[in-house]
Design a protein around this ligand. Structure first.
Ligand code: DOR
Ligand code: ZN
Length: 428
């Protein structure tokens, strides 16, 4: 049994915060209360000064496995997740080959089981992620796909989108959509605006995201499917999602830590490390994303952890691949940018990083109560640290060198310590 003593428990489900000890028995929470450290427990963690919360759930990661192991693999990706306080991740389907067969899906599931955290694959919506023909969603779901997405590639055939949503509604499985209409885009990954003008390129206008989001919100309303609009970046997208939800659509939205922290200006300083799809936009967009988080329009914080090698990111701005890593800085960015300025409480941050994603994907985690999974993150909400090195195989982060507040101290999955920041665990 593992005892976590003296922590401040935050349970987003009951919305309660209180000082107590937490006892884990194997993979489940066995009790909450006061337990003496009398030498009978296998492991005792002193969580004084720390928050004890449900393990974080990231619905949007790229582990590049199979196919691009020079960027990341399932094991290094899972290590990065554990270091960031995540006990569950949902992997995107744009691997090589894409996750459009049961065979590729099962490879990820089996490899994921060896990592110590929960690695749950989403499968592709379309065969080969070509946007033409639906995958066998029923078979893939039966084999363990927790959701479907062509993330990285927007779906341009709206009839196919409607069929996918009808099928998803029937199977009761969420779909997630990357919304960027390529016909509006000349240079992906850089906002079309003041910074692209300075750089002498056209970039990627917010309209590319807004128009597809509007289309899919409308189709979601008609089909009743649960739809997650991924990594939203623009104020008009927030408004469209707010209206769709008011109209009764089962539409959810993700925001990434980089979109609520940075603006297009970061491209001038960080170059390709600030290039991602959809791009960083203006301060007004960033403020609208924060407002969407505050008023509940945006339910989910997800990283879009997108590793790329130094050689790939060393290419010129318009040629380098889009994407940045995010798992190891996500919680600290949320605390630094959302909690400390008073936009969200710690409990609301944890809700958007564990309970809400768990609910959307029908997972039993995201809460702290007896019988719930023993998936826990323990973090110090006031400790400051400087972003230096990563457990990920890649280091393409614009946050390297930045001082953040909020440090993950231990991550526990299925009742086992999968990450610890120091040697404060007492093994007996
Ligand atoms: O910037 C991005 N990179 N956005 C995506 O949606 C895909 C990702 C990747 O796979 O590198
Ligand atoms: Zn992505």
């Amino acid at each position: 049994m593992l005892l976590i003593k003296n922590g401040q428990i935050i349970d987003p489900e009951s919305q309660k915060e209180y000082q107590a000890d937490l006892l884990l028995d194997g993979p489940v929470i066995a009790g909450i209360g006061t337990y003496e450290d009398d030498g009978t427990w296998d492991t005792v963690i002193d969580a004084s000064g720390c928050v004890v919360a449900p393990g974080l759930v990231d619905v949007h990661v790229h582990f590049r496995d199979p196919g691009q192991l020079h960027k990341e693999d399932i094991h290094t990706g899972a290590a990065a997740a554990a270091a960031g306080g995540f006990t569950t991740v949902i992997t995107m389907a744009n691997t090589v080959p894409p996750v459009d067969t049961v065979e590729t899906l099962c490879y990820i599931i089996e490899e994921g089981k060896k990592t110590g955290i929960h690695v749950l694959p989403a499968a592709a919506i379309s065969k080969g992620m070509e946007g033409k023909e639906l995958t066998d969603m029923e078979d893939l779901k039966a084999a363990g796909a927790v959701g479907f997405t062509d993330d990285g590639k927007p779906l341009m055939d709206q009839k196919l989108v409607e069929r996918a949503m009808n099928q998803a509604a029937r199977l009761d499985v969420p779909l997630s959509f990357h919304e960027e209409d390529p016909s509006f885009i000349k240079d992906p990954g850089i906002n079309h605006g003041a910074v692209s003008d300075k750089l002498g390129i056209y970039g990627s206008p917010a309209q590319a995201e807004e128009s597809l989001t509007a289309r899919d919100c409308r189709i979601a309303l008609g089909t009743g499917a649960a739809v997650n609009i991924q990594h939203i970046s623009s104020r008009n997208t927030v408004q469209t999602i707010r209206a769709a939800r008011q109209a009764g659509a089962r539409v959810y939205a993700e925001v990434t830590p980089h979109h609520f922290t940075l603006t297009e200006e970061a491209v001038l300083e960080k170059g390709t490390l600030a290039k991602m799809n959809p791009p960083l936009r203006t301060e007004a967009d960033r403020q609208a994303l924060i407002q969407g988080l505050k008023d509940g329009t945006i339910d989910l914080i997800a990283t879009d952890h997108a590793p790329h090698s130094p050689e790939e990111k060393a290419k010129p701005l318009t040629e380098a691949p889009s994407g940045i890593i995010g798992l190891e800085t996500a919680l600290a960015l949320a605390i630094t940018e959302l909690a400390i300025p008073g936009h969200l409480s710690l409990s609301q941050i944890i809700e958007k990083m564990s309970l809400n994603p768990a609910k959307l994907y029908h997972l039993p985690c995201g809460c702290i109560e007896p019988g719930a999974p023993g998936d826990i993150v323990i973090f110090n909400p006031t400790e400051t640290w400087t972003v230096k090195k990563f457990h990920s195989k890649s280091s393409n982060s614009p946050f390297t060198g930045r001082q953040l507040t909020g440090k993950v101290k231990w991550t526990i999955c299925d009742g086992k310590v999968v990450y610890k920041d120091s040697e404060e665990v007492v093994h007996r």
